[in-house]
Design a protein around this ligand. Sequence first.
Ligand code: J2J
Length: 544
Amino acid sequence: MTTDDAAFTPWPENLASRYRDAGLWSGRTLGDVLRATAAARPGHLAVVDERTAWTYADLDAAVDRLAAGLVTLGVSPGDRIMLALPNRAEYVQTFFAVFRAGALPVFCLPAHRRAELTALAEASGAIALITVDTHDGFDHAALAREVAAASPAMRDVVLLPVTGEPVREAVDFAALADGPTPETLPEVAASSVAFLQLSGGSTGIPKLIPRTHDDYLYSVVRSNEICGVTGDTVYLATLPAAHNFPMSSPGILGTIAAGGTVALTLSPAPSAAFAMIEKARVTTTGLVPPLARLWTESAEAGTDADLSSLDTVLVGGARCPDELAARIGPALGARLQQVFGMAEGLVCYTRLDDPDEITLTTQGRPMSEHDEVRVVDDDDNDVPAGAEGNLITQGPYTIRGYYRNAAANARSFTADGWYRTGDVVRRDPDGNIVVCGRAVDHINRGGEKVSAEELEEHLLGHPAVRDVVIVGVPDPYLGNRTCAFVLPADPQAPPRAGTLRKFLRERGLATWKLPDTVTVLDTFPETGVGKTSRKDLRTLLTAR
Ligand code: J2J
């Protein structure tokens, strides 16, 4: 690995001054936003989960105490801190505290396991991991210790107890969050990197996405305008809160910027989520298509829960089938808003006053008039209007480079810094985008992204596997399911699906990445180009 890879690639000066002059980059930090809302409406309910309810005054003070605890622990401005927390009120407290300590949260998922967390620790150089002791029957404390032991830069593991058992060898969250109100916290510049988001379906060195306070806050405030978020909004974060979608489209941060209420559920299942909608009078939420289908079917079958407060349901993360799009609104008694976004930046929305034909069949248009999008062929030439092509983009909240990853930057950005989304799209005359597929990289499994290459590399480590190709196959529920086509080392003793899944689990992979099916073949189909191209093979196997 080279040591001089840039941690952050700035916008070219002409664009940066344009965004600043237009007032898009406001010079405020995410920590400032919470401070301002807490001053404006201290008594308003800020965050509610299954067992906690905090006003803005409560939240603001809790954030300050935890920030002070982090500073006392030795956290310095610019440090990276991994967060792998379930959707609880303390999650919101924690990332704001890390912001106010001047450090950078690395938004990991509670579903991440050893393979992912150690790779993220190495790529980010994180000095601490904040996680829970147990969640969903899994021992996160043991995992955290394994990750810390394997990560030289990591000094501390902070555990948020769920069981109430004292946790040895780790810093106790409650003690850390219970310190005195700090005299001073570091000054944080709005132009600095606020956090590192994760790119879906990364292979090898994880692609970490550095987002600044200025650019992210703009995306959040603009999302609020388009999604009609106000101080009366109650937003339900039911997807894992670390994802860019529930964080910012308009999400938790949008709601806090507007002075609304954030509700969180540990589980997105209709039973848990519908109960919270009724309890907190939720108005707005964001769902991936498989979850939208589950909720829709559940509501169509009849529910006792009172969903009448629900006003807007955002659906995105993967292509929402037109058939499902038409059912969501009527079933849930809410307006559907499609969102096509990415943690690297660009977010497109259908508008609340769009006619049905747009809302139900397109993924919307860029949220900012300063977003620049092009649809190009493989040589980066613009395709004719309305034709399919690769989407590339630049704008006031789209990154110009990944965090310390020159190889990924060379692949994912044009020479003049436009981001190659990897999405194949077409645009209608009004600029509405329809997502047609993916050109590269990952399988979109119901909104969670799976890297075919990463899985292939792991499976090649199994002695019974001579060769393997991972393919995404259309699935009515997930959009795509993950299929492994395997050539066995010994045709008399082909590996079984269960064995391979167990093997991947033991290698420390998150469950959503395990292949849904394993098919053993004698040979791979000929690609007709002599040399075996995995991409061609994937195309062939998908066509099967
Ligand atoms: C088809 N594909 C979509 C959609 C994302 C809001 C909403 C989603 C994300 C997200 C996000 C899609 N139809 N409606 O960050 O702020 C696929 C595309 C895209 C990739 C990005 C947000 N919405 N996708 O999903 O970083 O392939 O962000 O490039 O996780 O998801 O994934 P991610």
